[in-house]
Design a protein around this ligand. Sequence first.
Ligand code: AMP
Ligand code: MG
Length: 482
Amino acid sequence: MKFNFDNSYQTLPESLFSKVLPTKVKSPQIAIFNDTLAEELNLDFSKVNENEIAEIFSGNKIPDNTTPIAQAYAGHQFGHFNILGDGRAILLGEHLTNNNQRFDIQLKGSGITPYSRRGDGRATLSAMLREYIISEAMHYLNIPTTRSLAVIATGENVYREFTHQGAVLTRIASSHIRVGTFEYVRTQTSLDELQQFTNYVIDRHYPHLKSNENPPLALLDEVISKQVDLIINWIRVGFIHGVMNTDNMSIAGESIDFGPCAFMNAYDPRTVFSSIDRNSRYAFGNQPNIAKWNLATFAETLLPLFDANPEKSIALAEKVLDSFDEKYRSKWMQMMCNKLGFSLLQDNDLDFIKTFLTWMNQQRADYTNTFLALQGEQFQSDELYSSNEFQYLYTEWLKRVELNEGGLNEALTIMKQHNPVYIPRNEYVEEALESASQKNDFSLFNSLLDVLKNPYTFKEEFGKYQYITPNFDAGYQTYCGT
Ligand code: AMP
Ligand code: MG
C-alpha cells in the first residue's frame, strides 16, 4: 500500500496553513474501515494488517512522502465573522488516484493545532461514526459529498457533557477549500495572494474557466451553480445540514461537516433539529436562502478581482448573484417534477406541486413515504393515504402523468430514480450509534449501512427502516461541536 501524495496546497502562501503533526493516541483500534472507498482511491490494504491500518489512520504513524498541515480559514458562524482553521483536523496529504483525480486525505479529531482556540482537538467516537454513516448515505443517494474512509477508536477518553470514547475519522474530499477559506485570504492576506489563491482554486477545481474572459467572475458563477445543485439535492431527499456556516460550505460543491445534520420525516419546511439553531436560521426550507447569503459573502471576497473599478466590480458581482434565484427556481421545478414523474412541464404543474406540498405539510405526512405512496407499491393500507383528500390528489396526479409521452410507466421510471425508499431515519441512526459507541456492538450500525447503500431499491427484509416510531422526531435534537 502506497499513497500517491502530491501536496499542492503547500505551494500557496505560508499564512494559509501550518505544518503540524497529529498528536499520538494511546491504543488505536479500527472501529470501521471502508474497503470499497479504499479501492476507489486505488489504495490496496489487503497486505496491511489491522494494527498498521489503525496506526496510520489514527495519526500515530505518518506515511512516507508527506508533510501534514492544518489549514487556516475564517467563516461566518450564525452570521458572525470569526477567524477559524482546522482546530481538530490535519490534512495528511493530497492523494492522486491512477487516473490523476486529486483527493484530500484528512484526519479529523487528530489533536490540537495552532487553530484549536479553546478546543481539545479531539472528537467522540459517536460523532465520527455519525459523520461516517451520513456521508456514506449521501454518496449512495447520488449527492456530492465528502466521504469517510475509516474511523479509528483512540483508546482515550474525550470529555464533553459526558465522558466519551475518542476517535479519529479519515475524511476524503475533493478539497477542504471553503467559502470561509476565501474570507480568510481576503481579510488576512494581500491582494496578490488573493489572486494567487483564486488561480489555484480555478486550476484545481474548475480548470475549464481559465480561458474565460473574467475567470474570477466565472468562478463565482460556477460555484453558485454547484451550490444550487447541491441544495436542490438536499431538498429532494429531506436533508437538513443544520450548520450552514460559510466555513462549512465547500467551493467544490460537496456536502461537508455532518455535525447536527438530520433527515426530515414529517414534511414541514420549518423543521430544525439542531439544539443550537434557536432562531431556525438553518431550517429545512431556509437552506436556499442561506446558500444565497453565503454565496454573497463569497462574492464579496472576490470583488477586487472582478474589476479594478470598485463600482463596476459590484455591478458585475450583483448581476451574477442575481442569477441564483432563477437558477434555483428552475432546478427546483425540475426536481419536483422528477419526484412526481412529470416529464415535459405542463401549465398547471406548479399548482399541483404546491397543493401536494401544502397537504403534506398540513397532515405532517412523511416526506419520503408520501412520494412512494403515489408510486403505488407501498403504504396503500395506511389510513392517511386512503383518506379522501389523498385519494383526490392521487386521481389528479394520475390524470397528469397520463399526459407524459410514456404515461404512467414513464412517470414511475423517473420517480424511482429520484425518490429514495430508504433515508437515514433519525431513530435508526441514534440506536446504531448508541450501541456501537457505548457497547462496541456494530451489528445495528452495519445493518443500517447495508440498507443505506441501496437507497432506491425496495427490499422486503429492509421494510422496517421505512418507518419510525410516531412522534419520535417531536423531541429529537442534534448537537454540534462533538
Ligand atoms: P464545526 O462546527 O465542526 O464546523 O467547527 C467550527 C470550528 O471549530 C472549526 O474551526 C473547528 O476546527 C473548530 N473545532 C470544533 N471542535 C473542536 C475541538 N474539539 N477542538 C478544537 N477545535 C474545534
Ligand atoms: Mg466545520
